[in-house]
Design a protein around this ligand. Structure first.
Ligand code: SAH
Ligand code: SF4
Ligand code: F3S
Length: 442
């Protein structure tokens, strides 16, 4: 009988794509995907530990499988991802959930197939976690589920050690993939029909700085020169080394989306310093200005943390002020979460929860009002959307334009993967609604 797997993913795009790789590895073992947990012979959790609530979610959901495992002892439960690389976490999980069969980390992802085979061969529990990163292992068997977009890693790890962040501890140091491997992968994806390529790295601007001799701007130029109709975007840029070279390459190629995700984290220089971000609000705003001097309507998105240790009301208001000045299209806003082992966890002046909550509510309100005002301006305009899916609830197709704005529209045939032209008729928060003018397949 055919065996089925279900992967439950937490965290960022990096993890989403790694789940696609894990899925590919499971399929090589003969497993096929299922959407329903109850049908699965193997359930795999790809965990995240960026904030405490990400961990709590995973803990809750893994714990809930205890009964299922009791009923069906043949069910394999595997846990991988960032949480497994955290000091002491694997031990905690082992004790708390003795029914987990396989444990592995982000630094030995490629071993998943071998570990599952060991389990199937009769081993009670297989735990293998690497402490230090090794050479990059290329794997081209990912089972992709994000068509028409395809994720492509350009680098792994992070060297920045922002004082609040756990990523450098669980992902190891920066390693860049060889440009020829990246270019070959993108060529293959474009030939297979993918219409949007998203380059992934914790800090794409430091691509190649580990001695490859190719900069991020050069890599971007090489990839954007690949023939075929597709869009190119990249994340995440770090303001400490986002530069004009990259923007010049954007200008050279229409394929590169007019959208930059540039996490600012805070608008206060004192807090940026305590966060070890290595730029000032002035430098950040100068970069925004530089970008908009090339593309006046370029859209900018960001990440912001409120309630970092020592953040005063004045610091917070500087963040509000920067948000207004940078005129973000949207922002991911987070309450600071204390992570064991990071510098910020040791800092005095941790901010009380009620103050954090009050600040995040005010910030979300501000960001939403800016987004709404921005969206209104698109009414009456024509945009080109790459259709990426169908929203069952709304009964509408959805996709994004080259500025990353979400647009919904009706059509009586399958438009997923098509470039379509819309006339925007309505705006609602971050989303635009439009009338279909034409579709590339007509
Ligand atoms: N490498 C990227 C983002 C990685 S994590 C970058 O440097 O921007 C994504 C976002 O999570 C971060 O931008 C930050 O805003 C948020 N984040 C990271 N650690 C956090 C913490 N301890 N508490 C709250 N938010 C955090
Ligand atoms: Fe974390 Fe900073 Fe690295 Fe981003 S750049 S992953 S926030 S340490
Ligand atoms: Fe991503 Fe979470 Fe790991 S944000 S890198 S999955 S800790």
């Amino acid at each position: 009988m055919d065996k089925k797997y279900k992967i439950i993913t937490y965290g960022c795009q990096m993890n989403l794509h790694e789940s696609e790789k894990m899925a590919g590895m499971l399929q090589q073992l003969g497993y096929t995907p299922t959407e329903t947990i109850e049908d699965a012979d193997l359930i795999l959790f790809n965990t995240c530990c960026i904030r405490e609530n990400a961990e709590n979610h995973a803990f809750g959901n893994i714990g809930a499988l205890k009964q299922m495992k009791k009923k069906n002892p043949n069910l394999i439960i595997a846990v991988g991802g960032c949480m497994m690389q955290e000091k002491g976490k694997a031990e905690t999980l082992k004790e708390k959930f003795p029914f987990i069969d396989v444990m592995f980390g982000t630094l030995n992802l490629e071993e998943l197939g071998a570990l599952i085979r060991e389990k199937l061969a009769g081993k009670k529990r297989v735990v293998r976690i690497r402490e230090k990163e090794g050479e990059i292992v290329e794997f081209d068997g990912a089972y992709r589920t994000s068509y028409p977009n395809a994720w492509v890693n350009i680098m792994y790890g992070c060297n920045n050690f922002c004082s609040y962040c756990i990523v450098p501890y669980v992902r190891g140091r920066e390693r860049s993939r060889k440009p020829e491997n990246i270019v070959a992968e993108v060529k293959r994806l474009v030939a297979e029909g993918y219409k949007e390529i998203t380059l992934l790295g914790q800090n794409v601007n430091s691509y190649g700085m580990d001695g490859l001799g190719v900069s991020f701007a050069e890599l971007l130029d090489m990839i954007a020169s690949i023939e075929g109709k597709f869009r190119l975007r990249f994340m995440t840029s770090h303001p400490k080394d986002f530069n004009e070279d990259v923007v010049k390459v954007m200008q050279k190629h229409r394929k590169i989306m007019r959208l930059v995700h540039l996490p600012v984290q805070s608008g206060s220089n004192d807090i940026l310093k305590a966060m070890n971000r290595r730029y000032t609000r002035e430098k950040y705003l100068a970069e925004v200005e530089m970008l908009r001097s090339y593309f006046p309507d370029a859209e900018l998105t960001t990440d912001i943390i409120v309630g970092f240790p020592g953040e005063t009301e004045e610091d917070y208001l500087l963040t509000e002020d920067l948000v207004k000045k940078a005129d973000f299209a949207s922002a991911f806003t987070f309450i600071y979460s204390k992570r064991q082992g990071t510098k910020a966890a040791e800092m005095e002046n941790q901010i009380p929860e009620d103050v954090q909550k009050d600040r995040i509510m005010r910030l979300v309100e501000l960001v939403n009002s800016l987004t709404r005002a921005k969206s209104e301006k698109y009414i009456g305009k024509e945009v080109e959307i790459l259709c990426e899916g169908y929203d069952e609830k709304k009964g509408l197709y959805l996709g994004r334009d080259e500025y990353g704005r979400m647009g919904y529209f009706a059509s009586d045939r399958d438009e997923v993967g098509n470039f379509v032209r819309l006339k925007i008729t309505k705006a609602n928060g971050i989303s635009l609604y439009g009338e279909l003018l034409s579709s590339e397949n007509e």
